[in-house]
Write a protein that binds this ligand. Structure first.
Ligand code: MOS
Length: 777
């Protein structure tokens, strides 16, 4: 699955236009409410069965031998001793029958490597795998595999990889030309500017660290394979596994009822599923293969670090005249996507007639990127939003005012298509108001003027997200039983965002059935309807309208039955509190449960499809986030005091899961801004230096501000889809790190251009700035 497939669903085949009525909601009774998640008990009690919890009789445990070097060639591999170890039932490697499977493809469809490629291009690359009765026996056997490596020179950094004489990752060179984008006349734009700033930025590589590691449990029944996979999309995983194993889709069933976090890294499956399938076939037993934490850090994907240069010009009255951007990054040893959609905000967040952007990716000897919550965007925001604040300072404008003067109404990067809704101005204004921006800035400046070591700063960042419109295809089935309960059947995964709860609320809205009487069957390719993977912040706007249409199909059938009973045209009836009532004469009614035809049939089955998106408009979520920091100038320590996220994601579907997304996105953004950094041994071995959760820091409760506020800017957008919602999960993490950086700039006058902002880096920058000030004094 490529990055485009989840943010450009327009490329997918259209489903049939739904025959159900398509008027969008005006008011809602259930949707938008603050209802607990329908699976809250299962989640907090530990009784929810995640794929990593599934156990089968006779199940074996797998372990993988991985290359310990950043770049090496396997010169000798002998598995005889491992095969003879107690409890070992299968060992597979490149020489095993059926294991010579091509892997990683280029644009022309040529394989770049193999499942077990003796030429290992990154630390952690798969060399062989074992299945044994116990995990301990499997790991003992992995250690008993005899393997010799010829260690080769490695390159661990995108800029190094582009330099002359760099170690080659791929034949044909490490450079991957990215996209060049240009509109207007950038030189003329800078000539017309009253102020121009140019800065260099970098963001560190962030690693995927979902609570449930990546992996699966597999079982063969004859020629048919069942995979319990921790996945964001069972149909996507099914397609990938079937293609690799050359099986028809009907021979591969993927089930993924719960998923302990994915954030983009579980949009696709990985080698683990195929290795487990091979081991299971060889041993004739079910095989469980979940990665260890260290393995996920090496092979389960990352948000590429980027080096960026941005030059921006504006007139005295705060109109942007030109933006000129350059970005470099690496997607690892096989993925060309080191700079995927990195520049989208530069192109589209603010009105600017003259924009130029160039991105270049490079192969390096490290694990591949995988999409991570708004790919490219938080990095682009890191550069753009700090540049905007630098410009505001230069123009002596309030940072919010400068942004307000450049709010777009059309998507300039999509040829000027109007947005179905643009909540950016309201996010800026209402967010600033709720945050107390003006007073907070003033009181922070008072701490700075006081001259003490501890000062405060207030900053903000804005964002949009390229996707979040959703679209077809999606199908859902609602079974409405005569006892007034419901079964909802849909393919989508609930990746922790509360999808199931939102969908149940949609059914409840239309059928009047309470949530506790709705059962959901989902995320199983054998038994549920088709859905694209949950990603791109598009699950609710893609599948929500399909679920609503399925519920409305049930309503239509009930109305037809009631009309017959009441001898009234169906159009004069409506469903209200479990009864069909004549609009003009409420005395004429019949309880749904007592409609004879319904009682005889026991169930009505409604089918709903997601209709097409409008073609002349663009639909994107918008955001602004605000934060206040306290900095100790002696130590460089930055404390986050409070955060506010103001988000336009269309209709608020479920207030509690909405707020969960906002808080979670901010926490993840704090990771990018302040704690997370993959450290590769750039000068020597190329290996990862902080290969553990102890040394690779994700934010903990101690790093999160005590005050976090979610401020929905609710603007239902009926033009976009029949539920009026846009995506939320990704925009919530885009402006966070940039907002922190701008608050740091406000506090101490230094742009922390390199992420993460930590005491070491900040104290060095403060010392350098102090020395400069002394020299010039
Ligand atoms: Mo997201 S990075 O589309 O799961």
């Amino acid at each position: 699955m490529t990055m485009e497939t989840y943010y450009a669903p327009g490329e997918l085949p259209e489903t049939p236009e739904p025959k159900q009525r398509q008027d969008a909601w005006r008011t809602t009774r259930v949707v938008g409410g603050a209802l607990p998640r329908i699976d809250a008990y299962e989640r907090v009690s530990g009784t929810a069965v995640y794929p990593s919890d599934v156990q089968l009789p006779g199940m074996l445990h797998a372990a993988v031998l991985r290359c310990p070097h950043a770049h090496a060639r396997v010169t000798r591999l002998d598995v005889a001793r491992a095969e003879a170890m107690p409890g070992v039932l299968a060992v597979v490697h490149d020489g095993s029958p059926g294991a010579d499977i091509p892997w990683h493809y280029d644009d022309e469809g040529k394989a770049k490597s193999r499942l077990f490629d003796p030429h290992c291009r990154h630390e952690g690359e798969e060399v062989a795998a074992v299945a044994a009765e116990t995990p301990q026996q499997a790991w003992d056997a992995v250690r008993a595999i005899e393997v010799d490596y010829e260690v080769l020179p490695a390159v661990a950094d995108a800029e190094d990889a582009l330099a002359a004489g760099a170690a080659e990752v791929r034949e044909g060179g490490n450079r991957i030309e990215g996209e060049t984008y240009e509109r207007g006349d950038v030189a003329a734009g800078f000539a017309a500017a009253d102020a121009v700033v140019e800065m260099r930025f970098s963001t560190a590589t962030e690693l995927h660290t979902p609570l449930e590691p990546h992996g699966c449990l597999v079982r063969w029944d004859g020629g048919k394979l069942t995979v319990w996979e921790s996945s964001q999309g069972v149909y996507g995983a099914q397609g990938e596994i079937a293609a690799v194993l050359r099986l028809p889709l009907s021979s591969v069933r993927v089930v993924g009822h719960y998923v302990g976090g994915g954030f983009g890294s579980k949009l696709s499956t990985g080698k683990w599923s195929v290795i487990a399938a091979l081991l299971a076939r060889r041993s004739g037993r079910p095989v469980r293969l979940f990665l260890t934490r260290e393995e996920t850090l090496l092979v389960a994907g990352n948000r590429p670090g980027n080096v960026m240069r941005l030059k921006a010009g504006a007139t005295r009255d705060g109109r942007l005249t030109a933006l000129d951007f350059e970005g470099i990054g690496s997607g690892g040893a096989y993925s060309p996507d080191g700079t995927g959609i990195l520049d989208w905000l530069i192109r589209d967040l603010y009105t600017c007639p003259n924009v130029r952007s160039r991105t270049t990716s490079a192969y390096i000897h490290a694990g591949d990127e995988r999409p991570m919550r708004a790919p490219g965007h938080p990095q682009g925001a890191w550069a753009l939003e700090q540049t905007i604040d630098a410009l505001a300072k230069r123009l002596d404008l309030d940072p919010i005012e400068l942004r307000r003067r450049n709010v777009p109404t059309v998507s300039q990067a999509r040829g000027g298509r109007p947005y179905t809704s643009t909540g950016l101005r309201r996010c800026l204004d209402e967010g600033a108001e709720a945050f107390g921006w003006t007073e907070a800035r003033r009181s922070a400046e008072a701490t700075q003027a006081a001259g003490g070591p501890v000062v405060r700063g207030v900053g903000m960042g804005a964002a949009l997200w390229i996707a979040g419109a959703g679209g077809p295809p999606s199908t859902a089935i609602v079974k409405y039983f005569a006892d007034g309960s419901v079964n909802l059947n849909m393919g989508a995964s609930d990746i922790g965002t509360g999808t199931k709860t939102v969908m149940a609320m949609i059914v409840s809205e239309e059928l009047g059935v309470p949530l506790e009487r709705i059962q959901i069957e989902h995320a199983d390719t054998a038994t549920t309807q088709f859905a694209t993977p949950s990603g791109g912040s598009k699950t609710v706007p893609s599948d929500g309208p399909a679920v609503r249409a399925a519920a409305l199909d049930c309503v239509e059938q009930l109305l037809a039955m009631g009309a017959e009973e009441l001898k009234l045209p169906a159009g004069e009836l409506e469903l209200r509190d479990g009864a069909l009532v004549a609009r003009g004469d409420p005395a004429k009614k019949i309880a749904v449960a007592s409609i004879p035809a319904f009682r005889r049939r026991r169930v009505v089955v409604g089918v709903g499809y997601r209709g097409p998106n409008p073609q002349e408009t663009a639909t994107c979520p918008f955001a602004a986030q605000f934060c206040e920091v306290e900095i100790d100038r002696r130590t460089g320590e930055v404390r986050l005091l409070r955060f506010l996220g103001a988000h336009d994601s269309g209709r608020v579907m479920s207030r509690l899961t909405y707020d969960n997304q906002v808080y979670g996105g901010i926490v993840m953004g704090i990771g990018l801004g302040m704690t997370e950094r993959r450290v590769l041994d750039r000068k020597q071995t190329g290996k990862m230096c902080n290969l553990s959760w102890h040394d690779y820091k994700i934010p903990t409760a101690m790093d999160v501000p005590a005050e976090m506020v979610s401020l929905p800017i609710e603007m239902p957008v009926p033009e976009a889809n029949t539920i009026g919602a846009k995506g939320l999960g990704e925009p919530v993490t885009i402006p966070t790190a940039a907002a922190i950086a701008n608050a740091v700039f406000h506090a101490v006058g230094i742009h922390p251009v390199d992420s993460p902002v930590n005491p070491t880096s900040l104290v060095e920058k403060l010392a350098a700035a102090g020395a400069r000030a002394e020299r010039s004094a």
